[in-house]
Design a protein around this ligand. Structure first.
Ligand code: NAD
Length: 490
């Protein structure tokens, strides 16, 4: 069953923030825009630093009771949230399409994946909360147990706002924390209002979850707020560095999931048709605006022409336009600044001698899928995260050279290798500097079960997954007990 009642009537959230109910914000309102058409969808409140402080105080208070609520009961609220996500899947997907410019298939994938993220998070509430540890001291009982971190500030980007919110909000609440979410101001409904409405319906107690839309000022206020104990940030490396240094100065826990410039290595023994299909998906899905996008196609020189030809064929067949049209496979770039940046990267790369085999230009926010060959180190398309539908091809002669090229970046999010020889692919994979590696697949894979997190300039070592979420959103506490105080030498 599906219904259209979650985000309508828009009067509920119009020009508001969510902080113990819907409130007027300190910094006025901003328009919510449909990216493909420029149409105004509504207005959202922009939270001020004072709104952040008020929310933090409320969140801290509410968290005390939530921490005492048995884990399975916390999980029940999250299970209800996940159920409601599926009930409202079509409406949530519509909103994602409008606000992010993604095609509907991507939006629906995001919605269903988010339901799974939150369901798996709910199960954390039923896991053991501690262990009876070994002790070398007779008569001492020694326990290690998990306790919540406290108030968690979650800052998310616009590209996949629902899943990137879900993957942090779910486990943070499951582990007994309260949450203040600051979605990007370009996607405040898909990435903010949706969560508030779903938690209202799911019966989450007041004060535990706040949505404070806004830009850099609101985000910075959240990071600096002393009553916020942890920041979970997903976004650019530039902003991640700033947040990391402020949070570090406050000795505040900070989880940073940042950008990538991800290599997709195609060896000379790979099935080129299949590799090009995977490469096209990795490069062009969601207009290349995914942290996991295949940003550099490193192809053995023997098969580079065949790979380029197959990729060009795929690129030319793609339909660019309004993602509400079912035929469309690539929607708009998120905004003019970002589209101009993709254009700059392509122009600078071509000016240094690379060749565009297809694409390279845009009609407003609609960028043609682009394939560039002859790309080498020192060219913008090799050195920078593009965040657009551009596949730069760089050739190599030996496996060692492929590894060297793949690692020639400060980023380390994901890498992929395509080859018919698994031993050869594995030996390359073993030498890649990346938090995630896929053999015989492309780079844009997401599962709640596999730890996703970057190394180098792509992150600071936290990972999102069923394997790691409990550690990310709780602290270990050591408790010892004796029946009597022991006798000490003095
Ligand atoms: P961004 O860093 O500009 O913005 C991300 C969020 O940070 C937004 O909510 C923004 O309002 C907020 N923000 C901006 N300045 C801030 C400041 N000074 N203090 C606090 N908050 C601030 O990122 P973007 O360009 O919108 O998003 C795209 C980037 O995100 C890409 O680099 C992409 O690779 C990365 N990303 C990473 C992952 C991952 O899991 N590693 C996932 C998705 C996107």
């Amino acid at each position: 069953m599906t219904t259209h009642a979650l985000l309508t009537p828009t009067e509920v959230w119009r020009a508001k923030i969510y902080s113990n109910g819907w409130k007027n914000p300190g910094l006025g309102a901003e328009s919510v825009i449909e990216k493909a058409t420029g149409a105004k969808l509504g207005e959202i409140g922009i939270a001020s630093p004072e709104d952040v402080s008020v929310a933090a105080a409320l969140a801290r208070e509410a968290q005390k009771d939530w921490a005492k609520t048995p884990g399975p009961l916390r999980g029940d609220v999250l299970r209800e949230f996940a159920r409601l996500v599926l009930v409202h899947a079509d409406e949530l997907a519509d909103q994602i399409v409008r606000e992010t410019g993604s095609i509907r298939a991507k939006a629906l994938w995001e919605v269903h994946m988010s339901a799974r993220e939150v369901l798996e998070a709910a199960a954390l509430g039923s896991q053991p909360v501690g262990v009876l540890t070994s002790t070398a001291e007779a008569g001492r009982q020694s326990i290690a147990r998990r306790i919540p971190v406290g108030v968690v500030g979650i800052i998310t980007p616009w590209n996949s706002p629902f899943i990137l919110g879900s993957r942090a909000i779910g486990p943070a609440l499951a582990m007994g924390n309260s949450v203040i979410l600051k979605p990007d101001s370009q996607t405040p409904v898909a990435g903010g209002v949706s969560f508030a409405r779903l938690f209202e319906e799911a019966g989450l107690p007041a004060g535990l979850f706040h949505v404070l839309p806004g830009g850099a000022d609101t985000g910075a206020a959240l990071v600096k707020e002393p009553l916020v104990d942890m920041i979970s940030f997903t976004g650019s490396t530039r902003v991640g560095r700033q947040i990391g240094s402020i949070a570090g100065g406050q000795l505040k826990r900070v989880s940073l999931e940042l950008g990538g410039n991800n290599p997709y290595i195609v060896l000379d023994d790979a099935d080129i048709e299949a590799a090009a299909s995977a490469g096209a998906w990795g490069a062009f899905f969601h207009q290349g605006q995914i942290c996991l996008t295949a940003g550099r196609h490193l192809v053995h020189e023997k098969v580079a022409d065949a790979y380029a030809e197959a990729l060009v064929k795929k690129a030319r067949a793609l339909i660019v336009g309004d993602p509400f049209d079912e035929k469309v496979q690539l929607g708009p770039i998120i905004n003019e600044r970002q589209a101009a940046n993709v254009e700059r990267i392509v122009a600078e790369t071509l000016a240094k001698g690379a060749k565009a085999l297809t694409g390279g230009s845009r009609n407003g926010l609609f960028f043609e899928p682009t394939v560039i060959t002859g790309v080498t180190r020192g060219m913008a398309a090799f050195d920078e995260e593009i965040f657009g539908p551009v596949a730069p091809i760089t050739t190599f002669r030996t496996d060692d050279e492929a590894v060297e090229l793949a690692n020639a970046t400060e980023y380390g999010l994901v890498a992929a290798v395509a080859s018919a020889n698994l031993a050869r692919a594995q030996s390359i994979a073993d030498r890649l500097h990346a938090g995630v590696i896929h053999i015989n697949d492309q780079t844009v894979l997401h599962e709640v079960y596999g730890p996703i997190g970057g190394v180098g300039a792509s992150g600071n070592g936290f990972n999102h997954s069923t394997l790691t979420n409990a550690d990310q959103f709780s602290e270990w506490q050591w408790i010892t007990t004796r029946s009597q105080i022991p006798v000490y030498p003095f």
